[in-house]
Design a protein around this ligand. Structure first.
Ligand code: SAM
Length: 213
C-alpha cells in the first residue's frame, strides 16, 4: 500500500461503521465461523478482509494475506493481528484481480464480500486460480431471499439506496448460483436466516478445488 493513503471520509466512515456493526453481527455467526475457519491451515487468502473480523477464528501458525481495496481498514487489521499474534499481511487490491500467484493458497476466505464486488464471476474465477489443487474456498455471505417472498421484494426495492450507503452491496444477489457454476470439484453449503432486516438470508459453506488442479 502506498504510504500516506489512509482513505477519504467515506472509506474511513465505512471502516468505523463496519467495526461497530461487527460487534452486533459477530455473536450471530460465531459458531459457524469457528466450524468453517477454525481448522484451516497453511497459507490463507481473505478477500475483502475489512477490519479483520475473521482473524480471531484462525488457528495459530497460519499465514494470512488479506486483500482489501479500502486503505482505512488497515489500522483495524494490524491492531487485531498484533493482539492475536497472527502472521498477517494486508495487500491493497481487489478480488477481481488478486495480486497473488496461481495455486498459492491452501484456502480462500470470503465473508460478506460477494454481495458487493463489482464482478462476482471474475472474483470466483480468481479464487479458483489462486487455490492449490484440493484447496478450500470458505464462505459466509448474505444473499437474496427466496423469489416471490416479501423479503425478496423489499431487497429489490431498497437496493439502490442500500448500495449507496453500504459500499455497493446488493442485497438480492443469488450468490449461491455463481458459486455453483464456478467449477469447484465439490460444494457443500447451508442456507440460514439471521434476525436482521433485509440482509437476513445467508449461505455458508465450503467449495473444494479439484485435486488434479
Ligand atoms: C461488508 S464488508 C465485510 C468485511 C469482512 N469480510 C467481514 O466479514 O467483516 C465488505 C468488504 O469487502 C471489501 N470489498 C469491496 N469490494 C471489493 C473487491 N472488489 N475486492 C475485494 N474486497 C472488496 C470492502 O472494502 C469491505 O471491506
Amino acid at each position: 500500500m502506498p504510504l500516506g493513503r489512509r482513505g477519504g471520509w467515506y472509506e474511513c466512515a465505512y471502516a468505523a461503521l463496519l467495526e461497530r456493526f461487527d460487534r452486533h453481527y459477530a455473536p450471530l455467526v460465531a459458531e459457524r465461523k469457528r466450524r468453517l475457519l477454525g481448522e484451516l491451515a497453511g497459507t490463507l487468502i481473505e478477500i475483502g478482509a475489512g477490519t479483520g473480523a475473521n482473524l480471531p477464528y484462525l488457528k495459530s501458525g497460519v499465514r494470512w494475506f488479506g486483500v482489501e481495496p479500502n486503505p482505512a481498514m488497515r489500522r483495524y487489521v494490524e491492531h487485531k493481528a498484533r493482539q492475536l499474534g497472527v502472521n498477517a499481511q494486508l495487500v491493497e487490491g481487489r478480488a477481481e484481480r488478486l495480486p497473488l500467484a496461481s495455486a498459492s493458497a491452501d484456502a480462500v476466505i470470503s465473508t460478506l464480500v460477494l454481495c458487493g464486488v463489482a464482478d462476482q464471476r471474475a472474483v470466483l474465477e480468481e479464487i479458483l486460480r489462486v487455490l492449490k489443487p484440493g484447496g478450500r474456498f470458505v464462505f459466509l455471505e448474505h444473499v437474496a431471499a427466496e423469489p416471490g417472498t416479501a423479503t425478496r421484494r423489499r431487497q429489490r426495492l431498497i437496493r439502490p439506496v442500500w448500495s449507496l450507503l453500504a459500499d455497493g452491496c446488493r442485497p438480492d444477489r443469488e450468490t449461491w448460483r455463481a458459486i455453483e457454476s464456478t467449477g469447484f470439484a465439490h460444494l457443500e453449503y447451508e442456507r440460514f436466516r439471521l434476525p436482521l432486516p433485509i440482509a437476513g438470508p445467508h449461505i455458508a459453506g465450503v467449495a473444494i478445488k479439484d485435486r488434479l488442479g
